[in-house]
Design a protein around this ligand. Structure first.
Ligand SMILES: [Fe+2]
Ligand SMILES: [Fe+2]
Ligand SMILES: [Fe+2]
Length: 410
């Protein structure tokens, strides 16, 4: 169990940024590379340390508004000659604006596709667009232009000349980029995977400021919403699991801090679902083998992303093993019985109960009795923990009231 829950924001934001980069083929680098480029530009422009922090964090999360929707994800990698590109910028703003810790990133993200020449939904033209947004816009465009199959030095002149000819971008920033382009290290930093992975750790932001458990929960709630938005069928699933798991932990008698950790684990357990395309999540019939394979990746990525957050190892291991089964039939680590921790077993039971009560594309939500019947069957098959299921059964009505169920119009 965790004792000291003081986490450096960089470590957590970096992990969340990676979650936004999940694709069905794994983790890409768009946000982190955009942040590297933004940082170079910000430093060259001489913006102050505070602004530089906001710039880098905003760059790391700039496409958060596209993460839940694969049609929107399309705009992450395509050039922005289409007005639809504004949608995810606005969505990102809405996701972040209420956050006590990350609200400051909402504005730069809102205008990160605003065009210098105008014609934006905001009505802004030129320097009316916030500076940090103008920087992210240029950094983003450079990043998406890079073709990883070719040497970067062979591409840089073309990338810069494309930017120069484009009225979408701030000419002052283009001037800075043109100067920077002569520095080989600038380009090599963008394509050096070691540097991309580590550069955030080398920053000394918010040195004295640490996130406590409540800060983490409020940010995890944002990401739970992003994950849940991947499908109308799971619109509140992460939140539901978090609430049920927390209540189970409270009933069983865990300490207050542990109870909060179960809540956090519930919020983030399906983070890796961002790697599953919406068309699979929303599919009405049975999944075919290829589709199921993609679905099965999600706890693996929940684990690999979260284990990198200092102090998050326990939560990561619960989340990463919520689809393991006591009889060894689960995934992705093929654990069995004693290898599966109590926390993981609790999360599994909470997850199953919520999933059964919630509607799915191929069935309605179940009643308490129907859900318990399925769960009892799983106990008989030695898949899930009988003692935890006892607690669930005794409190099934109370726990049911915690599960928000969205009525679906089919
Ligand atoms: Fe974007
Ligand atoms: Fe982007
Ligand atoms: Fe899951």
């Amino acid at each position: 169990m965790l004792t000291n829950f003081q986490i450096h924001p960089v470590s957590f934001i970096k992990a969340m940024s990676k979650a936004l980069e999940l694709s069905s083929n794994g983790i890409s680098k768009h946000h982190r590379r955009t942040a590297i480029i933004s940082r170079y530009i910000g430093m060259k422009l001489g913006i102050n340390q505070n602004q530089l922090q906001v710039l880098i964090y905003a760059s790391l999360l700039h496409d958060i508004g596209a993460a839940a929707n694969w049609d929107e994800k399309h705009f992450i990698v395509h050039t922005d000659n289409d007005n639809l590109v504004f949608n995810h910028a606005e969505a990102g703003y809405r996701i972040l604006k209420e956050s006590a810790r990350l609200g400051i990133l909402a504005e730069p993200i809102r205008y990160h596709h605003d065009r210098f020449c105008g014609g934006n939904p905001s009505g802004f033209v030129g320097t009316e667009i916030p500076l940090l947004s103008r920087i992210i816009h240029v950094a983003d465009r450079i990043e998406v232009q890079i073709d990883d199959s070719q040497h970067i030095f062979r591409q840089r002149d073309k990338i810069i000349s494309d930017l120069q000819e484009n009225a979408f971008f701030d000419p002052e920033i283009i001037k800075v980029i043109r100067d920077m382009s002569k520095i080989d290290a600038f380009w090599l930093d963008i394509v050096n995977i070691d540097y991309v992975n580590n550069f955030i750790n080398t920053l000394s932001f918010f040195e004295k400021l640490l996130f406590d458990l409540n800060d983490m929960i409020s940010i995890a709630e944002i990401f739970a919403k992003v994950v849940d938005a991947t499908s109308p069928f799971t619109a509140t699933h992460s939140k539901n699991v978090a609430k049920v798991c927390k209540e189970l932990a409270r009933i069983i008698g865990f300490s207050e801090q542990e109870v909060d950790q179960f809540y956090l684990a519930g919020l983030l357990h399906d983070l890796g679902k961002l790697a599953i395309p919406n068309k699979i999540l929303d599919k009405r019939g049975r999944l075919d083998n290829d589709e199921y394979e993609i679905v099965k990746q999600h706890p693996y990525y929940s684990y690999r992303i979260m284990e990198e957050v200092d102090g998050f190892q326990t939560i990561a291991s619960w989340a990463g093993t919520h689809h393991e089964r006591l009889d060894g039939s689960g995934y992705p680590f093929k654990l069995a019985s004693a290898q599966i921790s109590f926390g993981s077993r609790m999360l599994a039971v909470a997850d199953i109960y919520c999933a059964l009560i919630e509607a799915r594309p191929y069935r309605d939500g179940m009643t308490i009795e129907e859900a318990l019947e399925v769960i009892n069957e799983m106990v008989l098959e030695m898949k899930i923990d009988a003692n935890i299921v006892d607690v669930l059964r005794q409190n099934a009505k109370l726990l049911y009231t915690l599960i928000a169920r969205k009525e679906l119009i089919s």
